[in-house]
Design a binder for this molecule. Structure first.
Ligand SMILES: [Zn+2]
Length: 261
């Protein structure tokens, strides 16, 4: 599943390719995306220039010159193929943006679960997201106050997008390890100093991901994770073998020796 650094990398590529260009036509090649990109919607989009591409959490927002927004989400998989029109269509092409200047942006997704929705001028998407973890306005004091009101173990709580936008399963557990916090520790029980370490851990884990352009793919470990997918391997801090458990249906890797409740 694309995590935040991977989406951020995709947004940067898309921004470079799209900014200032005009959409000549948009086409949904799969019925899953054709449900939202209807012919009527495609007509509304056609002819408009792209003024910017931004990210909120794991959502990609393409802003048009009439104030409309295209909201793109990779869901479980997805990528952009950016290049010239007229070349062979890539495998798993789901949505095609034909641009002026003979350019093309193709949304590819083997599972066809990616979504593209159109939001009219003046009616931006309501994403119901918390602030970005990397936002300077997010402080340890704020996070501590938020966590005190949350029920349940810390790692699943960190996945709640209404708390912090964009933090996914991998980076939540990486942050817990960096902070020395057991992923099953009660979120509301964490002391202010521990929350300070947790926030630093979140930011350091994401920064590592950004450095590696978020190039993580299933079965292919590009980003040097500290705990994720390393069951039985030695902890990089204390050497104890790492363990795996399941929390809220998602795998969590951790060190039972140096991550404490
Ligand atoms: Zn350890």
């Amino acid at each position: 599943m694309p995590e935040l650094p991977e989406v951020e990398h995709a947004v940067r590529r898309l921004r470079r390719a799209l900014r200032g260009r005009r959409i000549v036509a948009v086409r949904a090649l799969h019925r899953a995306q054709a449900r939202t990109l209807t012919p009527a919607v495609a007509r509304r989009i056609a002819g408009h220039a792209i003024t910017g591409v931004t990210r909120r959490g794991k959502h990609q927002l393409v802003h048009l010159d009439d104030g409309a927004t295209l909201l793109v989400h990779f869901r479980l998989d997805g990528d952009w193929e950016l290049g010239r029109a007229g070349t062979a269509m890539p495998r798993h092409a789901r949505v095609v943006f034909d641009l002026d200047g003979g350019r093309r942006a193709v949304l590819t997704d083997p599972r066809a679960l990616c979504t593209v929705t159109y939001h009219r001028p003046g009616a931006p998407p309501d994403l119901a997201l918390g602030p970005e973890a990397e936002d300077r306005a997010v402080t340890a004091a704020w996070l501590h106050g938020q966590l005190r009101t949350r029920r349940g173990p810390i790692k699943p709580v960190l996945l709640d997008q209404r708390l912090l936008a964009g933090l996914g399963n991998i980076y939540a557990q990486e942050a817990c390890w960096r902070a020395g916090i057991h992923p099953a520790a009660a979120a509301s029980s964490l002391s202010r100093p521990r929350v300070t370490r947790l926030l630093a851990g979140i930011r350091a884990a994401l920064a590592d991901g950004h450095t590696n352009a978020g190039r993580y793919r299933e079965g292919e470990r590009v980003v040097p994770f500290k705990v994720y997918d390393r069951e039985g391997e030695p902890c990089r801090r204390c050497g104890a073998p790492l363990r795996r458990m399941v929390q809220a249906g998602r795998g969590t890797w951790y060190c039972g020796a140096c991550q404490t409740r």
